[in-house]
Design a protein around this ligand. Structure first.
Ligand code: F0G
Length: 435
């Protein structure tokens, strides 16, 4: 089944070779996606294969992305693959978190279990493998943190040079630490994500650097595996809802594409509804969906949220995300800083934990069940996109009552768990513990 790049714009749909180094349609400027011709895999046979491969010690089969390679068939030579055994992330149930979200039950697809601790690894194994196929030596990305951590690891593992551009002072320390440790040339630019992305897109061509932001359609192909693995884990029963946080909107584009392809190829009978949750201070997609304007998409010029992963005002993938919300009869919601912080603490109390952006899911679910949009009996999967340890500073501030917005407004948490300073005295500690 030959792969090609194709313009996402309905009015264009121009095709290009899969080996062309382009990020937008040269004809109309639209987003690109990977398409396949003569693609008719046998669902029952492949479902069996996918299970059998879990018994194998071969690197390709141990990857929770490449195990499903017949559903992301853009490479013609698997010798190019760089894998850190990404994917293989659990579905975790939690009655406690379900109750907080107003649901009978919930399962978290926890992408924080990935090698670099976020869902970006599912896509990066594909993006980096494509970079090797193209003979690239240097790869770059602009990032709110997780993409840069992931890209740095995969590039270094593959012997490519990682170059990362991050907003100075607005990236969680765990993520910056990862990029430095994985050997990235790290540029902390005094601008926000949207401004830096515009800058780097101009530079990439000039310097011959391969861009691995989610505008890269091969990253999106890899992130499809989040949905594919989720369906495999659920014996190919789609849930009623899949809920995820929205920033640059690459992930909702990837999951939406995956579910549509799985339905069209006969793997699942229907699509789950998608719910995208944004932080109030960085919610241009929410506003667009509430009142689509003929003038088009209006970016948020000064995005602000303590969930720095989704501090994005001009999400590049909004046309794809819009399409996926329409196709799946989905919804978009926004949540406040307090709602994110408290939902995060609840996910922590369930023994699961996640980073702030991920917790927007449970905060959004609570709001959507409250409004009657999601039924309390519904079968819901929330995608936790990043690991708890990505942003320890936020966690510490929350639990010690020191969390403040960029404007200095205190974010008061309902579930703070203050550490107690104890004297080095057994009797007084015993007294403390019996009180
Ligand atoms: N959750 C986390 C933890 C993220 O790191 C991101 C995006 C998102 C959600 C939003 O996903 O952009 O596909 O809608 N992080 C990017 C980065 C932008 O640079 O790491 P999206």
């Amino acid at each position: 089944m030959p792969a090609h790049l194709v313009c996402f714009e309905k009015a264009c749909r121009k095709r290009y070779p899969v080996t062309e180094v382009i990020y937008n349609c040269p004809a109309c400027g639209g987003l690109l996606e990977v398409g396949y011709t003569d693609w008719s895999p046998d669902p029952e046979r492949l479902k069996r294969f996918f299970r059998e491969r879990r018994m194998s010690n071969a690197p390709l089969e141990q990857s929770g992305v490449w195990r499903y390679r017949e559903l992301i068939p853009f490479l013609d030579d698997f010798g190019n693959v760089v894998t850190l055994r990404e994917g293989n992330t659990p579905l975790l149930e939690s009655p406690k978190a379900a109750a907080y979200g107003g649901l009978k039950s919930i399962a978290f697809k926890h992408q924080g279990f990935n090698p670099t601790g976020s869902f970006k690894d599912n896509g990066m194994t594909c993006g980096a493998s494509q970079a090797i196929r193209l003979g690239m030596r240097r790869v770059a990305c602009v990032s709110t943190g997780n993409t840069s951590a992931s890209m740095s690891a995969y590039a270094s593992a593959a012997g490519l040079q990682p170059i990362i551009f991050v907003p100075h002072g607005n990236i969680a320390l765990g993520k910056l630490a990862q990029a430095l440790e994985y050997g990235a040339l790290t540029l902390q630019v005094e601008a926000n994500f949207d401004q830096i992305l515009a800058l780097v897109r101009r530079l990439a061509e000039r310097l011959g650097i391969y861009l691995l932001n989610s505008i890269n359609p091969f990253r999106i192909e890899g992130q499809k595996s989040i949905a594919i693995e989720m369906m495999d884990q659920r014996d190919w029963r789609p849930p009623d809802w899949v809920v995820l946080p929205g920033g640059n909107l690459g992930n909702v584009s990837a999951l939406g594409k995956a579910f549509r392809e799985l339905r069209d190829l006969g793997f699942i009978p229907r699509l789950p509804r998608l719910a995208v949750i944004q932080a109030e201070g960085a919610a241009p997609f929410y506003r667009f969906m509430k009142a689509p304007r003929p003038g088009g998409f209006e970016p948020e010029r000064r995005p602000e949220t303590l969930a720095t992963a989704i501090r994005i005002g001009a999400p590049v993938s909004w046309p794809k995300a819009w399409y996926e919300i329409e196709q799946s009869n989905g919804v978009v919601e926004q949540v406040s800083e307090e709602e994110i912080a408290d939902a995060k603490a609840q996910i922590g109390r369930a023994g699961i934990g996640c980073e702030p952006a991920s917790a927007a899911t449970l905060a959004g679910i609570r709001k959507l069940t409250g409004a009657g949009v999601i039924d309390k009996e519904a079968d819901v999967v929330a995608v936790l996109t990043g690991n708890l340890l990505k942003d320890p500073d936020y966690v510490h501030r929350y639990h010690t009552g020191q969390l403040k917005t960029a404007h200095g407004r205190p974010v008061r948490g309902k579930f703070a768990n203050q550490p107690v300073v104890a004297p080095n005295d057994p009797d007084r500690i015993a007294a403390l513990l019996s009180g």
